[in-house]
Design a protein around this ligand. Structure first.
Ligand SMILES: [Fe+2]
Ligand SMILES: [Fe+2]
Length: 187
């Protein structure tokens, strides 16, 4: 695998994150990070985006969160800077790194930034799609944190709605059935 070093780095950091978040070890990697990377690569092919930029950005998209969840509010900005440090050290060009950074900065549902490239759309859509694919993981995570049913339901519902709203029209079409089904189940 071309970027196996980065897969390993993020998977190991995700295990530490799971411990601090009272999650089952491996949960965040298996149900969020890996699906985001896989979905992003699938979308890159479908939408004709640069797969290398998309794959590397997807790998690092939540890196700042994994290091410290206190970074949550700025994890898109901090994550882009952290990825830059790693990638520049590994000899990637500034042009490549800048495109990766834009994808990380613009991946969040709660921060609606204009997206200018196909690569940014692929990473943001893949992140949103994984929330719909792994809705049970979201529910379990909040439950592990000790939230009651109504708080947990509200958190998950808002996250799913924002995730769907931020997707491109094409990706919304792909996820429409699943989105409507999830909305019927949530309170
Ligand atoms: Fe994120
Ligand atoms: Fe994410």
């Amino acid at each position: 695998m071309k970027y196996s070093k980065y897969y390993k780095l993020i998977e190991e950091q995700a295990k530490i994150f799971d411990k601090t978040q009272n999650c089952q070890i491996g949960q965040t990697w298996k149900y969020h990070l890996l699906p985001v990377i896989q979905n992003a690569c699938m979308l890159a092919e479908k939408y004709g985006a640069d797969k290398d930029i998309v794959e590397v950005a997807a790998i690092f998209h939540d890196y700042a969160d994994l290091l410290d969840f206190a970074n949550r509010e700025n994890h898109h900005i901090l994550g882009a800077e952290l990825a830059e440090g790693v990638l520049i050290q590994d000899g990637f060009s500034q042009e490549f790194v800048d495109k990766v950074k834009l994808c990380i900065i613009n991946h969040r549902a709660s921060v609606v930034n204009q997206k200018f490239s196909k690569e940014e759309i692929c990473v943001a859509d893949a992140d949103a799609m994984s929330h719909l694919d792994s809705v049970v993981e979201l529910i379990c995570w909040r439950a592990y944190l000790g939230e009651d049913i109504s708080t947990c339901n509200k958190f998950v519902k808002t996250k799913i709605q924002k995730s769907y709203a931020k997707m491109s029209k094409e990706s919304q079409q792909l996820m429409k059935d699943k989105y409507e089904s999830i909305m019927k189940v949530l309170l």
